[in-house]
Write a protein of this length. Structure first.
Length: 279
């Protein structure tokens, strides 16, 4: 069942509660602030909103002091907005570490004509973010693969942040992490601060693939930035695999068309389907 059918079922259930005079009052909603449930929306206070890259916002939501959101590797949440008309839902993977206590962070891309974007633009500190979950699954065994190749575009970096921070925080992990990250320009890169910190680890490296980067940018790159001007195509993936198809686990996240193209390239290059996870 997709999230839209799930939400329809939830709405029908809420209608039944209303007709029966059993709707939840505000105090019950407050109690749910600390609860993440797969079918019931909880309310999380927005503590901070700031610009992230040129077309995204980073939203920080509060939890109890020593509480984590309770997600496992590969899981995400479903966010609902009920302002400006009928409810809309979107799936987001928190960009904060899984073990982050007292908060979680989302990065949301803001489109000029986006239906959800118009609602996100209205959010302010002190508002409540509605979310349920967890949803999704990633079957990952520590050190099963020698290498994890992460291929993503735009805000598709979010689930990659989840696994990168988890692997690098595990002293028993010896898996090498390679991030191939596609964006329009250098200024569209999300989570640059985190990526710069991860570069300090022996088992992490990153390639930025910039499709609309100017030949002479008005800004300077950081020392250690590895940049390729162009798009993530078969030749890039072929070079990254370097013949190591069996020992590499590949994670893919971007737009639907981006994912389809990358998965097709991987198949043509001989990567087993069992070694590929598409978010």
């Amino acid at each position: 069942m997709d999230i839209y059918r799930e939400d329809l079922a939830l709405w029908e259930e809420e209608c039944k509660l209303l007709h029966a005079g059993l709707s939840r009052d505000d105090s019950t909603q407050e109690e749910q602030v600390q609860i993440l449930h797969p079918t019931q929306y909880a309310y999380f206070p927005i503590e901070d909103i700031k610009q992230e890259a040129v077309d995204c916002v980073r939203i920080r939501c509060g939890l109890a002091k020593n509480q984590t959101l309770g997600l496992s590797l590969g899981q995400h949440i479903i966010v609902r907005s009920s302002v400006l008309g009928p409810s809309l839902t979107r799936q987001y993977t928190p960009i904060s570490p899984l073990d982050a206590k007292g908060y979680f962070e989302l990065v949301i891309k803001v489109y000029m004509e986006g239906r959800m974007s118009q609602r996100v633009a209205m959010w302010k500190v002190g508002d409540k973010l509605e979310a349920r979950g967890p949803a999704g699954h990633l079957s990952y065994v520590r050190n099963k693969f020698r290498r994890i190749l992460m291929i993503c575009a735009g805000t598709g970096i979010a689930p990659m942040c989840q696994i990168i921070s988890s692997v690098l925080a595990d002293p028993a992990e010896e898996t090498y992490l390679r991030l191939v990250y596609g964006c329009h320009t250098y200024q569209h890169i999300v989570a640059q601060e985190e990526i710069d910190e991860w570069k300090k680890f022996w088992n992490f490296s990153c390639l930025y693939v910039l499709s609309q980067e100017p030949d002479v940018p008005s800004y300077r790159y950081k020392i250690g930035d590895d940049i390729y001007r162009g798009r993530i195509k078969k030749n890039i993936i072929h070079r990254e695999l370097d013949g190591r198809t069996d020992g590499t686990f590949v994670l893919v996240c971007g737009t639907w068309s981006f994912d389809a193209d990358v998965v097709s390239y991987l198949k043509e290059l001989g990567v087993p389907e069992t070694n590929v996870h598409r978010y």
